[in-house]
Design a protein. Structure first.
Length: 211
């Protein structure tokens, strides 16, 4: 077998690593944690970040959840909407379109037939305008929130924290986590913004201010 220069160099690196003692490494963990803000300030900060990311924000009280979701879906002309299996069915009670419950055996490409999806959320970071989904029954699998063109995400103000360390502290490490900061967007070679490339073109966030 012919030995290339690359093989020779990598072999010497492996030999050197095998002989060298493993150094003790201490990773600093001096994160800022435990920060808090009053409800009104957290709401204002999260709203500001989401709007800056071109997301739609709809604050409401808990008893208007179904009404606001229905308004958002009608404004977007949605007729077929997917929901996770564990979503509160009352949230779609004011909407008269077709509701399809997602399941693991439904092929991901078929989710493209949906006009949108409605999910809950695990936690949100006000400082970065980031919403975290963790695959819980009311949030569903990752494909459900990525394939349809519209994502209506319900956020309870009680689940909104100030910064990333506070948000991560609320997550379960073993769960699949999806981070959402506005609708999917990227830029082409001329720096023209293009939306909907890697996920929903439209993100509508319903923030329940008393939940």
């Amino acid at each position: 077998m012919t030995t290339t220069a690359r093989d020779t160099v990598l072999g010497r690196v492996r030999d050197a690593l095998a002989l060298a003692p493993a150094p003790a490494v201490t990773v600093p963990r001096a994160y800022r944690t435990g920060r808090t803000l009053p409800d009104a300030e957290r709401l204002a900060l999260l709203t500001d970040r989401l709007v800056d990311y071109k997301a739609q924000v709809h604050p409401c009280t808990r008893d208007r959840t179904a009404e606001v979701i229905a308004e958002v879906l009608r404004e977007r002309g949605a007729r077929r909407v997917g929901v996770p299996a564990g979503l509160d069915g009352r949230w779609l009670g004011a909407w008269d379109g077709e509701v399809r419950h997602d399941a693991a055996d439904i092929p991901a490409p078929s989710l493209g037939e949906l006009d949108g999806v409605v999910t809950s959320s695990a936690v949100s970071c006000a400082e970065t305008g980031t919403i975290f989904l963790d695959g819980s029954p009311d949030q569903g699998r990752r494909a459900l929130s990525l394939v349809p063109d519209l994502h209506v995400c319900v956020v309870d103000l009680s689940s909104v924290v100030v910064g990333v360390p506070e948000a991560v502290a609320r997550l379960v490490p073993e769960r699949p986590t999806t981070l959402i900061s506005g609708p999917s967007a990227t830029s082409d070679i001329e720096l023209e913004r293009v939306e909907g490339v890697h996920g929903p073109r439209t993100l509508a966030v319903v923030i329940r201010t008393d939940a």
